[in-house]
Design a protein around this ligand. Structure first.
Ligand SMILES: NC(=O)c1ccc[n+]([C@@H]2O[C@H](COP(=O)([O-])OP(=O)(O)OC[C@H]3O[C@@H](n4cnc5c(N)ncnc54)[C@H](O)[C@@H]3O)[C@@H](O)[C@H]2O)c1
Length: 250
């Protein structure tokens, strides 16, 4: 199966590190021109661009806080000026808050929901008009298996990720057949967010306690994103794919 994204422009949010970087590199590997969004991580974003260029691809970096409507609109304007349209939008940026529910401050709740859920609303609303006027587009939202499962100590994050899954379905219904909107709900993936290096051996073993016997690699999530963006996924609409090592089977 040849996944060809030649001629497509892809915006990946939070692409300086982790899963976002892997998605950016994989999209470029399939031929897309990639816009690497970051927040306060210019050097790491440049490293993502350099990785793509070293492999013969095309990319550029743009800083924007995706939880700010003004910042998102400026970012989208810059993309549209340069490329006319964003064909593929990957809403990947996110943060994690681990805290007992009773200790979560209102400001912390708002920050997590703004970064993990409102950002998807803002980026989709900014990207959709140009997609619709061209008659096609593709949006991929990065949720989490925890958006289905919930987890003690992660109430704000899991609520936001559940919201991402349902927002994906609502947008898919509203904008099909012109724009395909789908999501990915990864299981545990070896990035700085999971912070395996800083975990006790016992807790790291617990994270890896899935049928596949290990946590995932960012590249394994990126492969799902490239598939969803490709013409091979032309009948996927409102779905949440789950590269999760078998952690959750639905
Ligand atoms: N690592 C996992 O186990 C795992 C599992 C399921 C889902 N996810 C999801 O995958 C996505 C990527 O996470 P990751 O594991 O690569 O972690 P990561 O911390 O490496 O990546 C998150 C990126 O988002 C960026 N970011 C945060 N707030 C931002 C903002 N306001 N504007 C722009 N960028 C912002 C960060 O700077 C970082 O580069 C997240 O949405 C996360 O919730 C991760």
């Amino acid at each position: 199966m040849h996944l060809d994204l030649n001629g497509k422009t892809t915006l990946v949010t939070g692409a300086a590190t982790g899963i976002g970087r892997a998605i950016a590199v994989a999209m470029a590997g399939a031929g897309a021109t990639v816009v690497v969004n970051h927040l306060g991580r210019a050097q790491l974003a440049d490293d993502t661009v350099a990785l793509i260029e070293a492999a013969g691809g095309t990319a550029w970096a743009v800083e924007a806080n995706v939880s700010s409507g003004d910042a998102v609109r400026h970012m989208m304007d810059a993309c549209l000026q340069r490329h006319g349209v964003v064909d593929i939008l990957v809403n990947n940026a996110g943060i994690l808050l681990e805290k007992p529910f009773l200790d979560i401050r209102e400001s912390e709740w708002d920050h997590v929901l703004a970064t993990d859920l409102k950002s998807v609303f803002l980026c989709c609303q900014a990207a959709l008009p140009a997609m619709l006027s061209r008659g096609n587009g593709c949006i991929i939202n990065v949720a989490s298996e925890l958006g289905y499962l919930g987890r003690a100590g992660f109430a704000a994050y899991t609520a936001a990720k559940a919201g991402v899954i349902t927002l994906t379905r609502s947008l898919a219904r509203e904008f099909a057949p012109h724009v395909r909107v789908n999501a990915i709900a990864p299981g545990p993936v070896d990035t700085s967010m999971l912070a395996l290096d800083h975990m006790s051996a016992a807790w790291a073993a617990k994270e890896a306690d899935v049928p596949m016997g290990r946590v995932g690699r960012p590249e394994e999530i990126a492969a799902t994103a490239v598939f969803l963006a490709s013409s091979h996924a032309s009948y996927y609409c409102g779905q949440t794919l789950s590269p999760n090592g078998g952690a959750l089977m639905v």
